[in-house]
Design a binder for this molecule. Structure first.
Ligand code: TRP
Length: 450
């Protein structure tokens, strides 16, 4: 018997692609990818990241969508029921829980950074960056993050708009994303154009694409792999829960490939827009989370109609973050509705409140508590490292094992419905062996066991 989801269904294949791409394309691509690439030495890091996307990310994305559609419930209940169907342990539901917790933790800091992007809509719009020097732009950023009240206000606003959308279901966002994602792409291309014209483009291209493996550490490899999960929204049930709203006749394989390619394209374009400006202005590529906020305003400050394009850019970045943030909380909300019989509204208020409170920790870690460090990391750094580099790959590993070894081959084959048998066999080989082994090797390398 085919199951249906009590929360509804996407209206079409395109709607799903837009929603999932909306989830995948976010701060991860435009804010995080450039700064971690900068911190980890460039080309070799990018190469490892791309390898992880193709060998680990895409097969696991297919597995997540497939499991979600097979279960048609929140990830926790889906894992529990699918495990029960094949007589496997009920403990698989903890995988769903791991995802829900990771989602809360990620959203708590994601919302703070999205708040920065909102603040920059106003800053760029007011023209403060016109003609500004690299130093001036850095100072403005430094003063901004030093002010906890400002960060808290923007974080609060972002949490409110996120929960408003989730409360009303994702239909509205589906419509908005249809226009906004292409617009973001156009603006990114425009910025790359500016960077080619005005920036140190050659230097940036060689930084991004010539791999010097002496520059990458085993921790860098872990960060590249963690980012592949983060940027594709994998390992926490976001894509699983979106898959549970997917009509049964849509092919999963090609859809996952489209989403991953779109996501990768946006990240690389962001890199090509940002690094030419970094090098042309003598900025430090490894300057951390503030990187885009310290580089792009320089470009906007000098190009014709820069304040206009800059405002537009940060608006679109907020939208990209918005369409991602809703997917971070959807698994928790779906579970509260299913198991606690809450209305969607109530479920949103509770989960939003918890996330908002945890987010205050991140707000303070950029100013008042910036000196309090665990393993040389601030609260924000710890959350980011723990979620992206440990929780997501760990959960991804379990998802691959579940899809490859626990579910029956027949049910996976039926759900994925590949047109050619060799495609299914390739996928099965990847989730059974390649992805799990790769994740384990990277983990072991990061803790210096191998
Ligand atoms: N992929 C998003 C980004 O790149 C962030 C995100 C949304 C996410 N949903 C997720 C990350 C689920 C991990 C898991 O900005």
């Amino acid at each position: 018997m085919k199951k249906i989801s009590q929360h509804g269904q996407w209206s079409s294949r395109l709607a799903f692609i837009l929603a999932a791409t909306g989830s995948a394309v976010g701060l991860g691509n435009i804010w995080k990818f450039p700064y971690i690439t900068g911190e980890n030495g460039g080309g070799a890091f990018v190469l490892v990241y791309l390898l992880c996307i193709f060998a680990i990310g895409i097969p696991i994305m297919m597995a997540e969508i497939m499991i979600g559609r097979r279960g048609r419930q929140s990830p926790i209940n889906t894992m529990r029921d699918l495990a029960k169907e094949v007589g496997a342990s009920g403990a698989w539901k903890w995988l769903g829980w791991l995802g829900v917790i990771a989602g809360f933790l990620i959203l708590s800091y994601y919302s703070v950074i999205a708040g920065w992007a909102m603040a920059y809509v106003v800053r760029v719009g007011s023209g403060v960056f016109e003609g500004a020097t690299a130093d001036g732009v850095s100072n403005i950023f430094g003063q901004f993050v030093a002010d906890p009240e400002k960060l808290l206000a923007w974080h609060s606003l972002f949490m409110v708009i996120t929960m408003l959308v989730v409360a009303r279901g994702v239909k509205g966002l589906e419509r908005a994303v249809k226009f906004l994602m292409p617009a973001l792409l156009v603006l990114l291309v425009l910025l790359v154009g500016y960077a080619i014209d005005q920036g140190a483009f050659k230097e940036a291209v060689s930084f991004l694409f010539s791999a010097d493996f002496s520059k990458i550490t085993s921790d860098g490899i872990l960060i590249a792999m963690g980012h592949a999960f983060f940027t594709l929204s994998l390992g926490m049930g976001a894509i699983m829960v979106y898959g549970s709203y997917l009509p049964s006749n849509v092919s999963i394989g090609s859809t996952a490939v489209i989403i991953a390619l779109a996501d990768t394209a946006v990240a690389l374009l962001a890199g090509l827009a940002i690094f030419p400006i970094v090098f042309a202005n003598g900025l430090e590529p490894g300057s951390g989370p503030g990187l885009i906020f310290q580089t792009l305003p320089i470009a906007f400050g000098h190009m014709a109609y820069g304040s206009f394009f800059g405002t537009l850019f940060f608006i679109l970045l907020v939208f990209a973050a918005w369409s991602s943030s809703i997917s971070l909380i959807e698994p928790a909300v779906a579970w509260l509705v299913e198991n606690k019989k809450m209305s969607r509204m109530r479920a949103c208020i509770w989960s939003g409140l918890v996330t908002w409170i945890v987010g205050i920790g991140t707000v303070l870690s950029f100013n008042i508590t910036s000196n309090i460090k665990i393993f040389d990391k601030t609260f924000f750094d710890v959350l980011d490292y723990l979620t992206a580099n440990i929780m997501l790959p760990l959960a991804g590993l379990c998802i691959a094992l579940f899809a490859g070894w626990v579910m029956t081959k027949e049910s996976a084959e039926e759900e994925l419905d590949f047109k050619q048998l060799y495609l299914f066999k390739t996928w099965l080989f990847l989730v059974k062996f390649v992805s799990p082994v790769a994740v384990v090797i990277v983990f072991l390398k990061a803790i210096n066991v191998i």
